[in-house]
Ligand binder design. Structure first.
Ligand code: FPP
Length: 258
């Protein structure tokens, strides 16, 4: 079967070796399954989010050690506000806990924090934690850890289109100058320049959807779906997802080179 969207269990690829010369520059992850992980253990859903935060720490260090340039993590979508208040409040507290405990490790690993999404709608304490972390890691030159917080892929495209329209109405550009490069630069990943598009998207927990995540940037990405819930995802799961990516033939709509 020629399915690009092949499901990959983390142990499937153990026989294959990781090719350190073909590590994707940008990996995006939809960290799904925290709630189900907790339910399975008869714990409240938020216990899954707490454990999920620990996984974020482990995977950040693992990704940085592998030489990945950008790790984009879907932490809170524009749709997640529909969850019960208690859960939303807990999720809003997580970045505060995360940065309070982890900024020294981020600096030690030369990791720079970046955030995409409408931060202005987050509680003040969460905004402050985010801005402090961005400032504290501003001098780091290694991997960019890009959190999507109150992020939606469609609204990102709408905002970029509005910005382009404004540039036309202000007489800065002609309509004909609106092209893919211009829109890419107007996306929230614009500052990542050549690393703005993930080569690999990973989604945990068995679901095979992109749920409004990086719709523009994922146009040519390889998708790897794993059955593990996010709190169970570990360094080996990451390596196996990359091995799976390395087995794909990326043609960008063209043909294989002879
Ligand atoms: C999806 O699982 C997960 C989320 C909506 C939250 C993701 C947040 C973390 C992993 C915590 C780390 C965050 C930071 C900022 C360090 P789900 O709740 O939808 O799981 P389910 O589908 O099993 O219910």
């Amino acid at each position: 079967m020629f399915s690009k969207f092949k499901r990959t269990n983390s142990n499937n690829d153990e026989t294959n070796q990781l090719d350190l010369n073909n590590i994707p520059n940008h990996i995006a992850i939809i960290m799904d399954g925290n709630g189900r992980w907790a339910q399975r253990k008869h714990l409240p859903r938020v216990a899954g989010h707490r454990e999920g935060m620990q996984t974020v720490k482990k995977i950040t260090v693992a990704a940085s050690n592998l030489g990945i340039k950008v790790l984009s993590l879907y932490a809170f979508s524009t749709e997640n506000w529909k969850r019960p208040n208690d859960e939303v409040n807990y999720l809003m507290q997580l970045p505060i806990n995360f940065f309070q405990t982890f900024v020294p490790d981020l600096i030690k690993n030369n990791v720079k924090v970046m955030v995409m999404g409408d931060i202005s709608k987050l509680p003040e304490g969460t905004q402050k934690a985010v801005y402090d972390a961005i400032e504290q890691t501003a001098g780091c030159t290694g991997m960019v850890l890009n959190f999507a917080l109150n992020y939606g892929g469609r609204i990102e495209i709408v905002e970029a289109a509005k910005q382009a329209a404004m540039e036309v109405s202000d007489g800065k550009i002609e309509v004909d100058q609106i092209d893919e490069n211009l829109l890419s630069s107007l996306m929230m990943t614009g500052s990542l320049a050549e690393f703005e598009d993930p080569e690999l998207l990973i989604r945990t927990s068995g679901e095979q959807r992109i749920s409004n995540f990086m719709l523009w940037q994922l146009a040519y990405s390889e998708f790897v779906f794993v059955d593990e819930h996010w709190p169970d995802f570990d360094d080996d799961s990451l390596k196996n997802a990359i091995i799976s990516y390395q087995g794909r033939h990326r043609r960008f709509g063209g043909l294989d080179k002879k």
